[in-house]
Design a protein around this ligand. Structure first.
Ligand code: PGA
Length: 234
């Protein structure tokens, strides 16, 4: 089964910074890393802010990277239509977006996205051929599973993102994460489960032993840090 390394840039980086990052990342990967990732069925998903999506997609095509693809960090809970300020799944068609992070704790906290919004986003993603990655934390794990239509459950990836570990450098013990991963599989079914929260090159291998992938925030911003995470995952 595939494993995933998700680089979540959040709302960081302008065009120039993204370009420099991509240039160096491609250089690193073409030295054999890209082939190793492909061989081991590890997929890297870069999730930039919306305006940078075409830039990232074009760079991946230009450098012919096989093991890297593009995702977004959210999308509208509404369909295409009169929803000023929103980005609908339809807006993303034709832009090579393959994955979408949904219901990240920062999205829930600052933009007030709730579990029902996430359920709608999941529907829109699936209609558009985008794979939804539903982010959860223990207080609303059950609530989120119940908000999803049971027929879509086998189609989603779930990411366990404990609030206390996000952006803090306070890494969670692997054994604790493993327990929650098991709980998630009980509640959501046999879906791939990812982990996110202060993942770095030093701890990624441990998390990949008990989860199907990781989300990397802080350590995805600097290309050297992220490349180190990628190498440590092999
Ligand atoms: P972090 O962010 O790696 O900075 O903890 C992870 C995330 O928000 O997914």
């Amino acid at each position: 089964m595939s494993r995933y390394l998700i680089a979540n840039w959040k709302s960081n980086k302008n065009r120039q910074e993204a370009q420099a990052w991509l240039q160096e990342f491609a250089r690193q990967l073409k030295g054999g890393l890209d082939a190793q990732l492909t061989e081991q069925d590890i997929l890297v998903v870069l999730t930039p802010a919306f305006p940078l999506v075409p830039l990232v997609a074009d760079a991946l095509t230009q450098h012919q990277l096989q093991a890297v693809t593009v995702g977004v960090q959210s999308l509208s809970a509404y369909p295409a239509g009169s929803y000023t300020g929103s980005v609908s799944a339809r807006n993303l068609e034709g832009l090579s977006v393959e994955y979408a992070l949904l219901g990240h704790s920062e999205d829930r906290r600052y933009l007030h996205t709730n579990s029902h919004d996430v359920a709608n986003q999941v529907e829109h993603c699936l209609q558009t051929g985008i794979v939804p990655i539903v982010c959860v934390d223990t207080p609303y794990l059950q609530e989120q599973a119940q908000a999803l239509d049971s027929v879509v459950l086998p189609e989603v990836l779930v990411a366990y993102e404990p609030l206390a570990a996000i952006g803090t450098g306070d890494e969670y013990p692997v054994a604790e994460v493993a327990e929650v991963v098991t709980r998630i599989r009980t509640v959501f079914g046999k879906v791939p489960v990812l982990y996110g929260g202060s993942v770095d090159a030093g701890n990624v291998a441990g998390f990949l032993e008990i989860a199907d992938g990781v989300l990397v925030g802080t350590d995805s911003l600097d290309v050297a840090d992220f490349t180190a995470v990628v190498r440590a995952a092999l």
